[in-house]
Design a protein around this ligand. Structure first.
Ligand code: C5P
Length: 293
C-alpha cells in the first residue's frame, strides 16, 4: 500500500491480489478450510482517505456508479472500531473509500481496505501497535486481511490464509484480469466444494519460477481448487477462462473464490492487445495490471 499526507489528511492506495495457486488441504473443526495459497499484489487500487471529523469514526464510500452502502457490514468500519479506544479519546476521523477493485471477484478488495484502515489509523492516531498486534486484528477481521498488512508483492499463505511468508519476485509480472457480470460469495463457493477434488499443488516449484522470472514455468503451475465449485455455480467462469486462452494469455485461472479470472502476458504490449480483443468481444470488465504493492 502507498500512503501520503496532504496537510491533516492521510491518503492510502491499497492494492488488489491474485491467487497464483490455491490448494484446499481440508476442513477444520472451526468450519474454515486449511489452505496453502500463493498470492501476488497487483496494481489496481482502492483509495482511502482519513481526515479530521466529528468525534468517533464516520465513513462514506463510493464506486464508479456512485455511493455504496457504508454500514456496519463494511470491513473498513469494523477495522476502525477495533482501534478506537473505549474512552474514544482519539480525534474524530472521517474515512472515505473510493472503490475501484471489483467486489465479489476474489481480488481481496474488502480485505485490502480493512488492512489499509488498520495500518493507516495506527499511524493517524499514533496507536503504537506492533506489526504482530496489527496482524492479530487482521486475522480477526478476515482470512485475506493479513496478506495486505505486510505490503508484500508475493507471499505464501497458510492456515485460513492468515499465516504469511513473504517471498521474492525477480521482476514485475503482467496480467490481464477479467470479471464477468456475476459475483460469487466466498462462503457459498466453499459450501459447494468437494474436498475429494482438491490436492496440494507444488508451491515450491512455483515460488522458484517466480524468483527466476520463468514465465512458462509460472504459467504451467497456476492452480486453484475453488475453480471447480465456482464453475459449477456460474457457467460464465468457464466461458471467460476459454476466452482468456483464445487471446493467447498463458495459464488462465480464476482468482480466489472468483468470479474474476486472469491470464499471464509476456509484457505490457501483449497484455494490452489481449485486453483490446476481450473488450471487443464484450467482456464485462477487463484490467491490464502489473504486480505492485
Ligand atoms: O475469512 P473470510 O471472511 O474471508 O471468509 C469468508 C467465508 O469463506 C467464511 O465464512 C468461510 O465460510 C469461508 N472460508 C473457509 N476457509 C477459509 C477462508 C474462508 O471456509 N480458509
Amino acid at each position: 500500500m502507498r500512503s501520503r499526507w496532504f496537510g491533516p489528511t492521510l491518503a492510502v492506495d491499497t492494492p488488489a491480489k491474485l491467487n497464483l495457486q490455491l490448494s484446499v488441504l481440508g476442513r477444520r473443526p472451526d468450519g474454515f478450510h486449511e489452505l496453502e495459497t500463493i498470492m501476488v499484489s497487483i496494481g489496481l487500487y482502492d483509495t482511502l482517505t482519513f481526515a479530521p471529523g466529528p468525534s468517533g469514526v464516520s465513513f462514506t464510500c463510493n464506486g464508479a456508479a456512485g455511493p455504496l452502502p457504508a454500514d456496519e457490514s463494511n470491513l473498513v468500519l469494523r477495522a476502525a472500531r477495533r482501534l478506537l479506544r473505549p474512552d474514544q479519546r482519539q480525534p474524530g476521523v472521517q474515512i472515505h473509500l473510493t472503490k475501484r477493485i471489483p467486489m465479489q471477484a476474489g481480488m481481496g478488495g474488502g480485505s485490502s481496505d480493512a488492512a489499509a484502515t488498520l495500518v493507516a489509523l495506527n499511524d493517524y492516531w499514533h496507536c503504537g501497535l506492533s506489526q504482530a498486534e496489527l496482524h492479530a486484528h487482521a486475522a480477526a477481521l478476515g482470512s485475506d486481511v493479513n496478506f495486505f498488512v505486510d505490503s508484500s508483492p508475493l507471499a505464501l499463505c497458510r492456515g485460513r490464509g492468515e499465516q504469511i511468508e513473504s517471498r521474492s519476485l525477480s521482476g514485475p509480472l503482467w496480467f490481464v484480469v477479467a470479471k464477468p457480470p456475476v459475483g460469487l460469495s466466498t462462503a457459498v463457493v466453499f459450501r459447494q466444494l468437494d474436498l475429494a477434488t482438491c490436492g496440494r499443488a507444488d508451491s515450491h516449484s512455483l515460488l522458484q519460477a517466480c524468483q527466476r522470472g520463468n514465465l512458462g514455468a509460472i504459467a504451467a503451475r497456476l492452480t486453484n481448487d475453488l475453480e471447480t465449485p465456482s464453475r459449477q455455480l456460474s457457467s460464465e467462469i468457464g466461458d471467460l477462462l476459454e476466452r482468456l486462452a483464445a487471446v493467447r494469455l498463458a495459464g488462465p485461472r480464476m482468482t480466489g473464490s472468483g468470479s474474476a479470472c486472469f491470464g499471464l502476458a509476456r509484457n505490457r504490449e501483449q497484455a494490452d492487445r489481449a485486453a483490446r480483443c476481450l473488450r471487443r468481444q464484450g467482456v464485462h470488465e477487463v484490467y491490464v495490471v502489473q504486480t505492485a504493492v
